[in-house]
Design a protein around this ligand. Structure first.
Ligand code: ZN
Length: 255
């Protein structure tokens, strides 16, 4: 019994010893505070003097763990964002047909604060580049809300909403306006009704005012968007980066 008591005491004193030790200075004679970091699965302990230093170190550890997790699971994040299975393989690194376009994207990522219109013929790789941008944003920016949706799907969601009780169209539009990044794929593929015009204008304009970038792909040039959809939408998009992609149709080429 004596032996067992001895061991228990030893363990208890170890717990006390460990739990009072500040991670910053290593001292055990100070009052300490603790934070449990779920992502690190451990408790971080510090004295008031070491608070900033220890928390910064823990935050750096969280960031690098998160980055590693996102690099290993980027496709899951892209899927959650709304990227279709067909485009899950797309990255800037495997867009080999136009270095100038991937270079533009990599430059943009240094300060991703403007709208982008990726325009070009069907199959030129607009969506590939957009997904590639999304992939990099996921890895490098934490806690950003992003969505990827085609223009026709967005309108469909609203139409489906009308059939649901309590659907609030303005709330719906606001939820898209508040996203940190919105990828609107294939603008111009939808039937251009007055309602479609108004919806896209509201979303793009609200986002523009809040300095939240919208990344649009379209077969249409800015002047065609002005002509066929809405002049104000064209002007918001032309105020950012317009990237004209002049590449042959890869899908046709592959067939
Ligand atoms: Zn300390």
């Amino acid at each position: 019994m004596e032996k067992i008591d001895g061991i228990v005491k030893k363990v208890e004193s170890n717990i006390r010893l460990i739990s009072n030790k500040c991670e910053g200075c290593g001292r055990e004679d100070r009052n300490t505070y603790e934070i449990y970091y779920e992502i690190l699965d451990r408790t971080v302990r510090y004295c008031s003097e070491c608070s900033d230093k220890v928390k910064k170190k823990a935050n750096d550890e969280v960031k690098s763990k998160l980055y590693k997790h996102k690099c290993e699971n980027t496709n899951d994040y892209l899927r959650d964002m709304g990227v279709s299975a067909r485009h899950l393989h797309c990255s800037l690194d495997n867009f080999t047909a136009g270095m100038q376009y991937t270079k533009f994207c990599k430059n943009y990522l240094r300060r991703p604060d403007k709208n982008i219109l990726l325009t070009g013929v069907c199959g030129c790789g607009k969506t590939h580049l957009a997904v590639g941008l999304g992939r990099e944003l996921i890895k490098n920016i934490n806690n950003y809300k992003m969505k990827f949706i085609t223009a026709p799907d967005l309108l469909l969601k609203i139409r489906q909403g009308y059939n649901r009780d309590g659907f609030d169209e303005d709330n719906f539009i606001e939820s898209y306006s508040k996203l940190d990044f919105l990828f609107l794929d294939d603008l111009g593929a939808e039937k251009t009704t007055e309602h479609a015009r108004a919806t896209f204008y509201l979303i793009i304009d609200r986002r523009d005012r809040e300095l939240k970038p919208t990344i649009v792909t379209s077969n249409l040039s800015p002047s065609q968007i002005a002509e066929r959809i809405d002049e104000r939408i064209a002007s918001r998009l032309a105020g950012g980066n317009v990237v004209k992609i002049n590449l042959p149709d890869f899908r046709l080429k592959r067939q």
